[in-house]
Design a protein around this ligand. Structure first.
Ligand code: NAD
Ligand code: TDX
Length: 352
């Protein structure tokens, strides 16, 4: 049995990843370490504790990745770290960047240290750091030939991206200085079930169901490269199992869309008029375009996206939010904060 420590496993990508691993790797057991910040939601994982296929292989620990006392015993039981915990929303980082530095930078450093000192100094077998294409900065709209490769210089523009870039550099340093078996992934924008409705797709879909307009930033021409979250999960697991230590792997969908095209596609799927678009002031420092060259992971590890084809995959996701109103209504109303208290009151640590 291989034990994976997944940080941030109650968030959007983390919860999809926990399910993906439990379903596809019967020889893996999981410790899910999550602080349950505003974006951590145990309703994303409802049912796992009781599922007889998973119960003996899944454990939830509520805790902070910056808590070194908590980390030490957990890392001694860990073979592979999949590090996803982060403050993840660009707009929040513009309002207050302090939590981003605390979790993304100091938290990553604490986790690296604990992973290195674990197993009586032998350390963990693998440490996968889940990062983002935003560390590369922004591409111009008039140069469609340009994409981010793993050799593109790091030029982050938002406090979020800067904090992720700092964490990437700490991971890089751990490899060069301490020969830690680290691997870094940099992925483009994800879509799929359980995404916190502050991010553009779930925000727009849920606003429209509620009869509200959708706030499109600036001229709507900014471009993002969209990948289904399960394609991302599969890529992370592929890197964990087959990647070369010390390397960075870009992950992307080869699926560039302007925000205006994305918004119109959502409106069309939902049968809403384009007059539901509300142009609003642009995001400060708004990156113009992201586009990933994912040829390295395909060439070296044989991974390619298979679930991200547009517009079917978008439609499936939109329909998931339409069919799961209870989930996002709990999030928007704040009721999801009660779920943990009811399920686990008095027990900080849950599971095997
Ligand atoms: P999310 O905000 O949905 O989830 C983050 C999770 O981390 C939450 O469950 C939260 O409670 C937890 N967390 C936050 N601070 C913590 C701390 N100090 N200790 C322990 N847990 C903590 O984010 P997401 O969209 O699922 O992103 C996950 C990772 O993937 C992040 O590292 C992000 O940078 C990266 N990423 C996201 C995308 C995307 O499109 N969403 C794309 C590329 C990379
Ligand atoms: O209300 C909105 N209106 C709007 O026009 C919101 C929330 C966003 N937007 C635009 C801004 C971006 O160009 O939509 C695009 C996508 O915005 P977000 O969903 O906030 O994602 P983004 O800023 O691109 O970052 C996401 O992808 C990379 C994740 O949040 C990051 O965690 C990940 O690293």
């Amino acid at each position: 049995m291989t034990t994976m420590l997944i940080t941030g496993g109650a968030g959007f990508i983390g919860s999809n990843f926990v399910r993906y691993v439990l379903e596809n790797r019967p020889d893996a057991s999981i410790i899910n370490l999550d602080a349950l910040t505003y974006s951590g939601n145990l309703e994303n994982l409802a049912g796992l504790d009781e599922d007889p296929r998973f119960a003996s292989r899944y454990e939830f620990v509520k805790g902070d990745i910056a808590d070194r006392d908590l980390l030490a015993p957990l890392l001694d039981r860990t073979d592979i770290v999949i590090h996803m915990a982060a403050e993840s929303h660009v707009d929040r980082s513009i309002l207050d960047s302090a939590p981003f530095v605390r979790t993304n930078v100091l938290g990553t450093q604490a986790l690296l240290d604990a992973a290195r000192h674990s197993h009586a100094g032998k350390g963990v077998a693998r440490f996968v750091h889940v990062s983002t294409d935003e560390v590369y900065g922004s591409l111009p709209l008039d140069r469609p030939d340009l994409k981010f490769t793993e050799d593109t210089p790091i030029q982050p523009n938002s406090p979020y991206a800067a904090s992720k870039a700092a964490s990437d550099l700490l991971v890089r340093a751990a490899f060069h200085t301490f020969h830690m078996p680290v691997l870094t992934t940099r992925c483009s924008n994800n879509f799929g079930p359980y995404q916190f409705p502050e991010k553009v797709i779930p925000l727009f879909v849920t606003n429209l169901i509620e009869g509200r307009k959708v706030p499109l930033y600036g001229d709507g021409k900014n471009v993002r490269d969209w990948l289904h979250v399960l394609d991302h999960c599969e890529a992370i697991l592929t890197v964990a199992e087959k990647g070369r230590v010390g390397e960075v792997y870009n992950i992307g969908g080869d699926n560039e869309r302007s925000n205006l095209d994305l918004t119109r596609a959502i409106l069309d799927i939902m049968g809403k008029g384009h007059d539901m678009i509300q142009p609003v002031e642009d995001r400060k420092g708004h990156d113009r375009r992201y586009a990933i060259d994912a040829s390295k992971i395909e060439r070296e590890l044989g991974w390619r996206p298979t679930r991200s084809a547009w517009p079917d995959a978008l439609e499936q996701t939109v329909r998931w939010y339409m069919a799961n109103a209870e989930w996002w209504r709990h999030v928007k109303s704040g009721a999801y904060r009660e779920f943990y208290k009811q399920q686990y009151s008095g027990r900080e640590r849950v599971g095997a």
